[in-house]
Design a protein around this ligand. Structure first.
Ligand SMILES: Cc1cc2nc3c(=O)[nH]c(=O)nc-3n(C[C@H](O)[C@H](O)[C@H](O)COP(=O)(O)OP(=O)(O)OC[C@H]3O[C@@H](n4cnc5c(N)ncnc54)[C@H](O)[C@@H]3O)c2cc1C
Length: 255
């Protein structure tokens, strides 16, 4: 059946996209999994404990990654987005753009590059509550386990990371790559993003110190988060004595 039906394109490498790709590949479909970020896992990779088991979600992701890595039917493209889709059901032509990360597959995540990097950027994985160097591993469980460079944050003509890398893994000239593929079906699994709480004036998010949203709370509680699992006040890193909680909100990418 899989041979007759052709390839499947899955857009979004969060838990839904990974699961879709795995389930399809494990019954023999060829799958192309496209994720816009440099790593798979989506929002779940940032959570502290996951309902209903209340275990660290990284454990569930690891199980998925163990199934995904050796599966010859899944072709994963990270740092990639679909530029266009044309055709009809059963025969789509898809153009995929892969953005440069400036670090190639020779990277062994040894961290020598970050030691010499002079620039810092907000740590997006921790919702900006701490910083990363401009060359960084997105998070400890990142797949691929490969550093990326926020090129816009590099000082002009700096190449300290290139000199520090013993593996010839840094390519500051890396360019955008375009790939064209033919697929029979497309699955959108592009997920959700946190609601912009600053739009709710009375909560003071983004204006009043120490007002955080639910996804920031998940990172504060997380052992690999900005405070190594301690719930500290973002403004002065002191212990929280009292808190007021309000409702939880998130929106789907498509709504
Ligand atoms: C505070 C909070 C706590 C939660 N706790 C739990 C819990 O305990 N248990 C539970 O079961 N659920 C929980 N959830 C729900 C859970 O987060 C979602 O069910 C889950 O994230 C859905 O996964 P997803 O793959 O659909 O989406 P996402 O995790 O959002 O992943 C989508 C992926 O698609 C990528 N993407 C987006 N657009 C594109 C594009 N154009 N091209 C390529 N890639 C793209 C994104 O980068 C991302 O990697 C919680 C939600 C919140 C807000």
């Amino acid at each position: 059946m899989a041979e007759q039906k052709g390839k499947i394109l899955v857009i979004g490498g969060g838990i839904s996209g990974m699961t879709t790709a795995l389930e399809a590949a494990e019954v023999g479909y060829d799958v192309i999994l496209v994720e816009k970020n440099p790593t798979l896992g989506g929002r779940v990779s940032r959570f502290y404990q996951y309902f209903p088991k209340l275990c660290p979600p990284l454990c569930g992701l690891e199980i998925n990654l163990r199934r995904l890595k050796p599966n010859p039917y899944i072709h994963t493209l990270t740092s990639s987005e679909v530029e266009s889709i044309s055709g009809e059901a059963g025969k789509y032509t898809v153009t995929i753009k892969t953005n440069p990360t400036y670090v190639n597959e020779k990277c062994v995540a040894c961290d020598k590059c970050t030691e010499v990097c002079p620039s810092e950027i907000p740590n997006e994985h921790n919702y900006g509550m701490d910083t990363n160097k401009a060359i960084y591993l997105p998070h400890k469980m990142a797949h691929p386990a490969r550093y990326v460079i926020a090129r816009e944050a590099c000082p002009p003509s700096c190449s300290k990371c290139v000199d520090a890398c013993e593996y010839d893994a840094i390519d500051l000239q890396m360019q955008v790559k375009t790939t064209e593929v033919e697929v029979a079906s497309v699955v959108y699994a592009t997920g959700w993003k946190p609601y912009d709480a600053s739009k709710i004036d009375n909560l003071g998010f983004g204006k009043v110190p120490n007002v955080i949203n639910n996804v920031m709370m998940e990172r504060l509680a997380h052992g690999q988060g900005p405070t190594a699992g301690q719930i500290l006040r973002p403004s002065d890193q002191k212990k929280v004595e009292r808190f007021i909680s309000t409702r939880i909100m998130y929106i789907n990418h498509t709504s």
